[in-house]
Ligand binder design. Structure first.
Ligand code: ADP
Ligand code: MG
Length: 616
């Protein structure tokens, strides 16, 4: 029998190897960003089109490559990072296998421009499906720019296997954040289609975390620091009361490389023992420095799992240093499980079965009614829909009594009111007295003194909780428009609206997508006016573009928050007595009356003693 075994051609071998390293656009992003870091860049820009399916571009200001290196970099097992097997145990770089570029080039169309600082001209190289198409001199600045186009163009099965743009974008964001967190001293930017998702200046770890996860993160961080013979640990854990219901912000970095480890995760989790509510995941950003001799990175193609020499010791060091930090910063004693933190999932989304949204149309709605009431100080639509009824007062008192046992000890004074202060005594019953100050605050007298409520923030909170309930529980009423409202949006915005359509339906929006860039809105929530719709939608979209929520709850939360913020009565609006009372009433029926959804104080209390002091 004749010999039948032959060596596979390079491009076939590379395509096979690519299967391991490059699973999706996010894998390309990871490899390119890591190469930029290895090239000592101080500034790295990532640009992505259509979730990386069309284009992934990374531009850095690192060392660049010579003409020969540029060509060689695409060969399999071509690397400048190690020379012998021994070097595997003193790795300081992200890459070392020399596989990534060969793999990426085998399954996409790559364009490379690169130039070392000292050279006059740079090199441009075009490769498609592993075949070099051209190599020539070019003008370019110091560093390297990669364009990776049409990933998997020659492997349709893989391309079809990719998930929706939203999912693939999320994966890219994850990889981007991991590299950006591991290297706070490098500046990064990230644009998706035409929108800027991240702009991160070079800084320290704490500030980098805040820049990525938002300004409020700063106060939630507890520093962790420990130095032992085996490892040096530095970083932050999130205070337990801010722990999330979704596994999101959990990061281990070993020698500036993001890694996954269930075992170490367990160590951190166990140091939070007794401090977390059920099903809450603590956040952590922990950087371990370990002698490269003591770890093996070469056990997984994407290098996100590594082997430690002494895992058990590491477990206990990690556990005790996190415990120590939590103790030192006095986390445990002040923890109060009864208290609503305002950041918890207010409704039980996780256990809610998926259901097709039902739409209730208010057939009795009279669109002309609104016009007739338009100028009568009722511009705030909230009150068109809901008139306070006498029964509400009982609830308020019941609620306040309950609250008396909780943190804040006060009660709205319920002395018999003459009724003259209010528009209608029947409506008010024996409710609290209120008046408005500077068209901004609602003032009321309470047992211990005086209560001042910020009307905008209070209404923001009320609407937020109501919307959240509408989205997660019961669909809101919808008022049908006589003539559809026609709004135009850009393509990505329309896609975003499409993705939010379920939740929008639940809040009372009815809309159809028409050809081109137009949607026709045929129904809107009863609590908003037609004239406000366009601005609300625009705000909603821009919030979503900037924040890219990573879970179902975050999405719902962001939607409720954006709509509520747009709909809330503003400072400067005059409120009728009944409206002031309705706000007071509804605010204290909220789950978290103290803080607005953006964590700002809703009310302050001036006690009688405070006043007495002023008269001293
Ligand atoms: P590895 O990173 O494992 O060495 P790669 O295939 O990712 O393998 O890259 C091959 C080589 O190309 C690298 O070793 C490096 O010398 C060079 N290279 C890749 N990206 C860059 C970059 N952004 N700047 C400078 N050199 C680069
Ligand atoms: Mg590499």
């Amino acid at each position: 029998m004749s010999d039948i075994i032959q060596l596979l051609p390079d491009n076939v071998a590379n395509q096979i190897a690519a299967g391991e390293v490059i699973q999706r656009p996010a894998s390309v992003v990871k490899e390119l960003l890591e190469n930029s870091i290895d090239a000592q860049s101080t500034s790295v820009h990532l640009m992505v089109k259509d979730a990386g399916k069309t284009l992934i571009q990374v531009v850095d200001n690192g060392s660049g490559m010579s003409v020969t290196d540029a060509r060689l970099s695409f060969e399999r097992h071509a690397t400048s990072k190690i020379k012998t097997a021994k070097d595997l145990f003193s790795l300081q770089t992200k890459g070392f296998r020399g596989e990534a570029l060969a793999s990426i080039a085998a399954i996409s169309q790559v364009e490379l421009k690169t130039k070392p600082e000292a050279d006059e001209v740079g090199t441009q190289l075009k490769i498609s499906g592993g075949e070099v198409e051209s190599q020539e001199a070019c003008v370019t600045s110091r560093g390297t720019a990669f364009k990776v186009k049409n990933l998997f163009f020659n492997i349709p099965a893989r391309r079809n296997f990719l998930k929706s743009d939203a999912v693939e974008t999320r994966h890219i964001i994850d990889e981007f954040q991991r590299v950006a967190l591991a290297h706070p001293n490098v500046s990064f930017s990230f644009h998706h289609n035409s929108s800027e998702l991240f702009q991160l200046p070079a800084t320290n770890l704490r500030q980098r975390i805040v820049n990525i996860f938002g300004g409020k993160t700063n106060e939630k961080l507890v520093p962790v620091q420990e130095e032992t013979e085996i490892a040096k640990i530095e970083g932050f854990v999130g205070k337990p009361e801010f722990a999330k219901r979704t596994k999101g912000e959990q990061f281990f970095f070993v020698n500036n490389r993001f890694i996954k480890s269930n075992y170490l995760n367990h160590a951190v989790k166990s140091s939070f023992e007794g401090l977390l509510k059920d099903k809450a995941y603590p956040s952590y950003f922990l950087c371990l420095k370990i002698d490269p001799k003591r770890i093996d990175i070469n056990i997984h193609p994407t290098k996100t799992e590594i082997k430690f020499d002494d895992e058990h010791a590491l477990y206990s060091i990690l556990r005790s240093s996190v415990k120590h930090s939590l103790g030192q910063f006095n986390i445990s004693p002040v923890l109060d499980f009864q208290k609503d933190s305002g950041l918890d999932t207010p409704y039980d989304l996780e256990h809610k079965p998926a259901q097709t949204p039902k739409i209730d149309v208010d057939r009795n709605f009279n669109p002309f009614e609104k016009e007739s009431r338009g100028n009568a100080g009722l511009a705030q639509p909230e009150f068109r829909q809901k008139q306070s009824n006498p029964g509400d007062w009982k609830e308020l008192y019941a609620d306040l009594e309950r609250k008396e046992h909780s943190s804040e000890n006060f009660e709205i004074e319920s002395e018999q009111v003459s009724g003259k202060l209010f528009s209608s005594q029947e409506e008010m019953g024996d409710g609290p007295k209120t008046f408005q100050l500077h068209r901004k605050y609602i003032i009321s007298s309470i047992k211990t003194g005086m209560l001042a409520i910020n009307q905008n923030r209070a209404h923001f909170r009320i609407l937020y909780e109501r919307l959240l309930k509408n989205i997660t529980d019961e669909p809101a009423l919808s008022q049908q428009l006589l003539f559809p409202l026609k709004l135009t949006f850009s393509k990505p915005d329309l896609e975003l609206l499409e993705r939010m359509s379920d939740s929008l339906l639940q809040t009372g929006f009815l809309f159809e997508e028409k050809e081109k860039d137009e949607i026709h809105i045929t129904g809107i929530p009863t609590s908003i006016a037609e004239s406000e719709v366009e601005q609300l939608m625009t705000e909603l979209l821009s919030n979503f573009e900037n924040q890219v929520p990573n879970s179902g709850f975050e999405k719902t939360d962001l939607m409720a928050r954006s709509l509520a913020k747009g709909m809330a009565i503003k400072s400067g609006s005059q409120l009728k007595a009944s409206e002031q009372v309705a706000i007071l009433n509804e605010l204290f029926a909220c789950k978290e009356p103290k803080l607005s959804p953006s964590n700002q104080k809703i009310y302050v209390i001036l006690t009688a003693e405070d006043l007495d002091k002023k008269f001293d």
